[in-house]
Design a protein around this ligand. Structure first.
Ligand code: GRF
Length: 204
């Protein structure tokens, strides 16, 4: 298994995938996106992956499977067959089954558009705005059984301005995501980390 080979799972636009592929091309992130999986045929991420020449680009349709668990087994089999070491979620909108999380325990990472543990769930940006926090940001974290609850690998903070709406805040957060995700992946494969309690301790 190649320690630097990753799968990106994405349901949406794929801007995080795009900047990651660009960073790899510039030699700034020493990973290989070998496989991209989406649950949605119309995901921008699939088009971005195909255009960039990712080795395997798969639309795996949830409708072809009886339930979440079966779907996740199919995704997991594709990931294992491709020999990917890290499962990188980038706007993947499906909750992973416990069995999938267990299968790739400690090797699944996600990026969330808020400063966890605040504003977990599907609308981290909107919830932070509604709550009225003056700072928000993004969090790269390990995925475990608790939704948006795994140990935190990295965070970046952005201010919330008085005239922000959803779009402007999301854009400011995404600009940070686009720096933080490739930088964190680089750190994972180059330096590594260990877990102490809930804390991620970087080896360098
Ligand atoms: C990001 O904001 C990420 O934090 C969240 O989903 C969004 C994905 O955006 N998990 P994109 O598809 O990478 O543009």
């Amino acid at each position: 298994m190649n320690a630097k080979s990753i799968v990106v799972m994405a349901s949406g636009r794929g801007s995080n995938l795009r900047v990651l592929l660009d960073a790899i091309k510039r030699g700034e992130c020493p990973v290989d996106v070998h496989l991209v999986i989406s649950d949605r045929a119309d995901a921008g991420a699939l088009a971005i992956a195909r255009q960039a020449g990712v080795a395997e680009v798969l639309h795996i349709n949830p409708k072809d499977y009886a339930d979440r668990e079966e779907y996740d087994v199919a995704c997991g089999d594709a990931i294992e067959a491709a020999g990917c070491q890290w499962v990188v979620l980038a706007g993947y909108m499906r909750i992973l089954s416990p069995r999938f999380v267990q299968r790739f325990a400690g090797s699944i990472i996600n990026i969330h558009p808020a400063l966890l543990p605040a504003f977990t769930g599907a609308d981290g940006v909107g919830d932070a705005l509604k709550y009225g926090v003056k700072f928000s940001g993004c969090t790269v974290h390990l995925v475990d059984d608790v939704l948006d609850g795994g140990p935190i690998l990295a965070q970046a903070v952005v201010p919330v301005e008085d005239n922000d709406d959803y779009e402007s805040l999301h854009q400011r957060i995404q600009a940070e995501e686009h720096l933080l995700y490739p930088a964190t992946l680089k750190r994972i494969v180059e330096d590594g980390f260990y877990i102490k309690g809930r804390r991620v301790i970087w080896r360098v």
